[in-house]
Design a protein around this ligand. Structure first.
Ligand code: ATP
Ligand code: MG
Length: 382
């Protein structure tokens, strides 16, 4: 069985690695170079997008910013899951907010901005500080501004205006201003939905971001009440989208109440821990769902942490001496801040996971791997 993934980065690669044993062959379409490649070996195939679509049993995507014409070719084939609409919603914050409002799932108070008066009104109505985000084209904290005091408004507006002006009639640009949420922590839920509407949800993951980029995730800490809230949001949104495959939802936890930050219609960095902390990884479950195979258990096998490797070409080999710890490499050329790979580490209890993170913190410098040491201390107290 062949599956085509739109996008040829690490998520396509991990989908391929996780489904080869099911007899699924994955090809990836690199929307930048317009080439069809093997996402593990990077070998370029003498195949056009149209031919790859024709030859595939199912088609999916590893990111949201995909040109309309590519989405449309895939949608017309009838094999594209979760489908063009879900991908388009995930790639446009204004559509995403409308989905949350329709499904009655709470998010941060926001205002849509397409001209200056709406910006002035938003400052008035929502109050400062604000997080301002381009609706199209943002990822990993890019395309965002923090407006803390009103004297910064003019400068930020000139940059916002440049983005708005770059839109066209067929692809208009817009911006969302959100109230800055004083959250206690960030969490995410990853779940999978089949073609006949069956849902399975992984345990909630606690996530730490540094400069807008995920640095560390922990799974296995959550209490039932908060898990139930996240599952309910997942089920509402997945049903509203008639979703097939893995869907990720990021939340702010504010005093035990979850507010959605954003959704990702795909496998997600905060679900990488499932490669060794769950019976069936997010990658395998996504491939199973989109090809119509029965989905596997999403239960936690053991508490697991994931540490992102950002910008580093390698890690000390001694990381692999920490029991139940492994590394996953994406085969990319190093650039500052680029997601190069990740480390997963599991343990029999949260306390032991803390001890293993403490061992990792002794090996990995704090400036490149922020939060590992402090998280280890918190978990050891468990
Ligand atoms: P990615 O897609 O990689 O998750 P992104 O660029 O789409 O990132 P967001 O998830 O919207 O960006 O924001 C990045 C981070 O900025 C969040 O994880 C959170 O730490 C912070 N942030 C975003 N919005 C708010 C908000 N309204 N209040 C407080 N912090 C926020
Ligand atoms: Mg995010």
């Amino acid at each position: 069985m062949k599956v085509l993934v739109l996008g040829a980065g690490q998520l396509a690669r991990m989908m391929s690695l996780a489904s080869t044993h099911l007899g699924i062959d994955v090809l990836a379409y690199d929307v930048g170079s317009k080439q069809v490649i093997n996402p593990v070996t990077f070998e370029v195939k003498p195949t056009t997008l149209e031919q790859a679509v024709e030859q595939s049993y199912a088609i999916t995507a590893e990111f949201e910013h995909i040109p309309e014409d590519v989405l449309s070719i895939c949608q017309q084939s009838g094999k594209f899951f979760p489908g063009a609409e879900s991908i388009a919603i995930g790639g446009d914050r204004s559509k995403e907010k409308a989905l949350l409002d329709n499904a009655k799932v709470p998010c941060a108070p926001y205002a849509l901005i397409t001209e200056k008066q709406a910006f002035i009104d938003a400052i008035d109505e929502l109050g400062l500080p604000l997080v301002i985000k381009t609706c199209q084209a943002g990822y990993d904290g890019k395309g965002q501004w923090r407006l803390k005091t009103s004297d910064e408004a003019e400068q930020i507006w000139s940059e916002m205006n440049r983005f708005l002006d770059a839109g066209t009639d067929t692809a208009p640009h817009s911006i969302i201003a959100e109230k800055m949420i004083p959250f206690d922590r960030e969490v995410s839920i990853i779940g999978v939905r089949t073609k006949d509407g069956q849902c399975k949800v992984y345990p909630l993951t606690e996530n730490q971001h540094t400069n807008g980029v995920l640095t560390l995730s922990i799974a296995g800490k959550e209490k039932a009440a908060i898990q139930t809230q996240a599952e309910s949001a997942f089920e509402k949104l997945a049903a509203e989208l008639n979703y097939v495959g893995v869907l990720a939802i990021e939340f702010f936890d504010v005093g035990g109440q979850l507010l959605v930050n954003e959704i990702a219609p795909r496998v997600h960095n905060s679900g990488h821990w499932t490669q060794q902390g769950a019976h069936t990884s997010q990658f395998e479950n996504h491939m199973r769902a989109i090809t119509g195979l029965p989905i596997g258990s999403t239960e936690l096998v053991r508490p697991t942490a994931m540490v992102n490797v950002l910008g580093q070409p390698n890690i000390p080999q001694s990381v692999l001496t920490v029991p139940d710890c492994t590394s996953h490499w994406y085969g990319k050329d190093p650039k500052p801040g680029r997601k190069m790979g990740h480390i997963n580490v599991s343990a029999g209890s949260l306390h032991q996971l803390g001890e293993k993170l403490a061992e990792l913190a002794d090996i990995l410098p704090e400036e490149d791997y922020p939060g590992v040491a402090s998280t280890s201390h918190t978990l050891i107290l468990n």
